[in-house]
Structure formats: structure tokens, C-alpha cells
Design a binder for this molecule. Structure first.
Ligand SMILES: O=C[C@H](O)COP(=O)(O)O
Length: 251
């Protein structure tokens, strides 16, 4: 089963409008018209429209960093799937560890968001990953199993094939500590096994699993060369055209 490599830049809460647009244009130019990998930019929601204009007609797609799982209504400060789709998003990151730890998002919340994303025709990028404490307690698989089962609850096989999962060990995010290719591959293989139990092996073989956590041009090739690593969810290194382009060209 060939899975197209998918590289997404999660800009988190960074940039201002001018440099967001400049960065997006730089990525579009670096990527060219027919990249062999799928490339997505996920700016802060206030800049989605401008970044969407900058990537319009290019090979680069637009994604959001979160959504609220409800139809239009009295939800001050929130943005739903229809709105994200309206400004050109094709993807949405869900359950990022920063949202799980800082905003208290649970697997049940992520599952609701997943169904809202799919109903709004957005491809969800569902994040899972263990903390350093959990890894040191040898609980990595237990945590990942719980997150995968909880976050993907209620998903059917047909829709499951189109989702993206991102494995992001919390201890590797923004720390400069990358999981070794072997460590990452072991968890990715475990995730695929879990997906196989939920959706069957054929479907699990189609689901792309990104790695995230201090991915940079110097380590991207080795990580992306692992059998079950199908892409990268990039934070810090996605804020510079050269670094992000270096990761894309490793894909
Ligand atoms: O969503 C991206 C990840 O949290 C990775 O961030 P990082 O590349 O800055 O470590």
C-alpha cells in the first residue's frame, strides 16, 4: 500500500498577517507546481483567509489548528467546521497535546470534533502522544491505545481511511529532542496495529500517520524513511521557508 507523504506546518500562535502571507508565498514558491508530497499550512485562525489567498491555485493546502464541534450559534469565541471550510480549509488539526494539556481537551472532545470535521468535509489530523513521565513509566502503548480508541470513537471504516493521525511524543515537542527513528517507528507500528483492530487491516494500511516533535531538515529523511511514518507535523521548523522546504524535500 502506497501512502502519499503528508507534511503539515503547524504555525501554532505565531506570526502576524504580513509575515504569515510572506511565509505562505515562500512555501508555495519552494514547493513548485507538482510536489510529490502533500503540503499543508495551518496558520492561526485569524490569518486563514489571507494565507488561503496566498496559497490559492497552488499545490499547497490550507488547514486549521482546531474547531468547535457545533453548528452556528451562541458559542462566543469559537469557530466551526463550516466556517473553516468557507475560508478554504481542507484540513484541521485536532487534539494537539497543547490543547489537551493547556485547554483540558479530552479524547471525548476530540471525537466530537472529529465527527464535526468529517461532516464539514475537512480532513482531520488527529494528534496523540505520551508525556515523558508516561514514557518513563513504560505506559506509552497504554496511553496511545486509550487516545486512539477514545479520539476515533464512533468512526466507520469508510471515513477512517481518509483521516490522518499524528504521533507527537510530548517530550519531543519544541524541545529539540527528537524521538529516534526507531522509537518513532515502534509507536507508529503500534498505532497502525490499533487502527487495524478498530477498522480492519486494509483500512489501517491506508491511514497516514505523521510524526511530530522537533522535526527539522537534518532529521526528516531518516524519520520519513521509516515504514510506518507517512509524513510530518512540523512546529518550529515550519516558520522558516528554508527549513520547511528542507523537510518537504526529504519527503
Ligand atoms: O504540531 C507540531 C508539533 O507540536 C511539533 O512542534 P515542534 O516541531 O516545534 O517540535
Amino acid at each position: 500500500m502506497t501512502r502519499q507523504t503528508i507534511i503539515a506546518g503547524n504555525w501554532k500562535m505565531n506570526m502576524r498577517c504580513d509575515n504569515a502571507v510572506a511565509l505562505a508565498k515562500g512555501v508555495v514558491a519552494a514547493v513548485g507546481e507538482t510536489p510529490s508530497v502533500e503540503v499543508i499550512l495551518c496558520p492561526p485562525s485569524v490569518y486563514l483567509s489571507e494565507v488561503g489567498d496566498a496559497v490559492a491555485g497552488s499545490a499547497v493546502s490550507l488547514g486549521a489548528q482546531n474547531l468547535y464541534a457545533a453548528e452556528d450559534g451562541a458559542f462566543t469565541g469559537e469557530v466551526n467546521a463550516a466556517m473553516l471550510s468557507d475560508v478554504g480549509c481542507g484540513y484541521v488539526i485536532l487534539g494537539h497535546s497543547e490543547r489537551r494539556t493547556l485547554m483540558g481537551e479530552t479524547d471525548a472532545d476530540v471525537s466530537k470534533k472529529l465527527h464535526a470535521a468529517l461532516a464539514g468535509n475537512l480532513v482531520p489530523i488527529v494528534c496523540v502522544g505520551e508525556s515523558l513521565e508516561e514514557r518513563e513509566a513504560d505506559d506509552t502503548e497504554k496511553v496511545i491505545e486509550r487516545q486512539i480508541n477514545g479520539s476515533l470513537a464512533g468512526l466507520d471504516e469508510v471515513r477512517a481511511a481518509g483521516i490522518v493521525v499524528a504521533y507527537e511524543p510530548i517530550w519531543a515537542i519544541g524541545t529539540g529532542k527528537t524521538a529516534s527513528p526507531e522509537q518513532a517507528e515502534a509507536v507508529h507500528a503500534f498505532i497502525r496495529k490499533e487502527l487495524g483492530k478498530m477498522f480492519g487491516e486494509d483500512v489501517a494500511a491506508q491511514i497516514r500517520i505523521q510524526y511530530g516533535g522537533s522535526v527539522k531538515p537534518s532529521n526528516a529523511k531518516e524519520l520519513l524513511g521509516q515504514t510506518n511514518i507517512d509524513g510530518a507535523l512540523v512546529g518550529g521548523a515550519s516558520l522558516k521557508v528554508e527549513d520547511f522546504a528542507g523537510i518537504i524535500s526529504a519527503g
